[in-house]
Design a binder for this molecule. Structure first.
Ligand code: PLP
Length: 383
């Protein structure tokens, strides 16, 4: 990364851990065999996948056989929802603040979207009202990708087991591994989606954890890899690197949570000194890695343009393929009015974030807001 760049978009993707890159390299060069083959070279590749599976299973607290390697977090979510309702037809339910990888599956199936509270986590009373014997899938994300809000999965799990005992409870935990111990989440749910590029692994490697005895229709059919649950030649190096990244993330989490919480507080203090800046949700409800504010009277698009000029990488809402700014469905579901949501700013911190990044971001954002307001004032005076 350029020395000048301040990268505060770790929730979109975080740089690969150097150890994960090193673990991946041999599979891009000499260890190139297809792990589905029968010769010794293929068996060597297959063994590397098995070892990676063991590492991932240990960190999640699940059985190795419960891990399904996929192509991304989106595929893991799609499989957990669409694959489950194809196998056990019924109603799919999710919260209104889910990532589109979940929301679009539930909407596409004609399912039910449940509202959220002011912190952006599922409204438990509203959830209870829609649960029942016809519900076959319930999805509630562990950590929201825009605001960093942490869901109360203990309460959700209790409620789903009681009022929709036949439902498969899924959590999109794509934003969780850097901040939450996955061993505490896994016992609460039946399926869980992860994505390697959010915790220092490569892009294009997803993980779906599926509790033994829970079934889904595979979405990708073919050679029967992953015990017929996800066909397609394995991305061996990607899987090995994902396991290494998850191992380091898990080992460093206690220290990183403390370090990043301090940087988060420092960043909030700087941003809240800007007139019209509002914290979107309280820090206690969020993971340390996400700083989300709404800047009244400011358009995110102009702000991000100026920040980009100042070499600060930030985001307004979750990134989408076109790069276009769409109003955030998460903030709208939380009941935030357009005068606030148009000025949404998400700064997300991660393993490479330093105090100097935070200092530079505060200066750049303060200056950019001031420049936008000066232009607005001039416009008003002229008009
Ligand atoms: N779920 C959440 C919460 C995410 O933040 C993302 C990525 O932004 C995804 C799912 C999709 O993951 P992937 O980029 O691996 O498809």
């Amino acid at each position: 990364m350029s020395l000048d760049l301040v990268y505060l978009d770790h929730a979109a993707t975080t740089p690969m851990r150097p150890e994960a890159v090193r673990a991946m390299l041999p599979f891009l060069t000499e260890v190139f065999a297809n792990p589905s083959g029968s010769h010794r070279f293929a068996r060597q590749a297959r063994q590397s996948i098995d070892e990676a599976r063991d590492v991932v299973a240990e960190i999640i607290g699940c059985k190795p056989g419960e891990i399904v390697f996929t192509g991304c977090g989106t595929e893991s979510d799609n499989t957990a929802i669409t694959g489950v309702i194809r196998r056990s037809p019924g109603v799919a339910v999710c919260s209104a603040a889910e990532h589109h990888a979940v929301l679009h599956c539930v909407e596409h199936s004609g399912g039910t979207v449940v509202g959220v509270d002011a912190n952006g986590t599922i409204d438990l009373e509203a959830l209870q009202l829609v649960l029942g014997p016809k519900v076959s899938s319930v999805s509630v994300m562990a950590v929201n990708n825009e605001t960093g809000a942490i869901s109360d999965l203990v309460a959700v799990s209790k409620m789903v087991r009681r009022y929709a005992p036949n439902a498969v409870l899924h959590t999109d935990a794509v934003q969780a591994p850097c901040w939450l111990d996955l061993r505490t989440l896994w016992p609460l749910v039946d399926t869980m989606a992860l994505s390697a590029h959010k915790f220092g692994g490569p892009k294009g490697v997803g993980i779906l954890v599926v509790r033994e005895g829970k079934y889904f229709e595979p979405l990708v059919l073919g050679g029967g890899q992953e015990r017929d649950r996800r066909s397609g030649t394995h991305n061996v190096g990607g899987i090995v690197a994902a396991a290494e990244a998850l191992r380091i993330t898990d080992a460093e989490r206690p220290h990183e949570v403390v370090r990043i919480s301090a940087l988060r507080d420092q960043l909030f203090a700087g941003l809240l000194a800007i007139e019209g800046a509002r914290r979107t949700i309280p820090s206690e409800s969020s993971v340390p890695g996400v700083v989300h504010v709404c800047l009244q009277g400011i358009e995110s698009e102009s702000l991000l343009y100026l920040l980009d000029e100042a070499m600060i990488c930030a985001s307004a809402a979750s990134a989408c393929a076109s790069g276009a700014m769409e109003p955030s469905h998460v903030l709208a579901a939380m009941g935030l009015t357009p005068d606030l949501t148009t000025g949404a700013l998400r700064l997300s911190l991660g393993h490479t974030t330093t105090e100097s990044d935070v200092d530079r971001a505060i200066v750049a954002i303060t200056e950019a807001v001031s420049r936008i307001r000066t232009v607005q004032d001039r416009g008003r005076q002229a008009g």
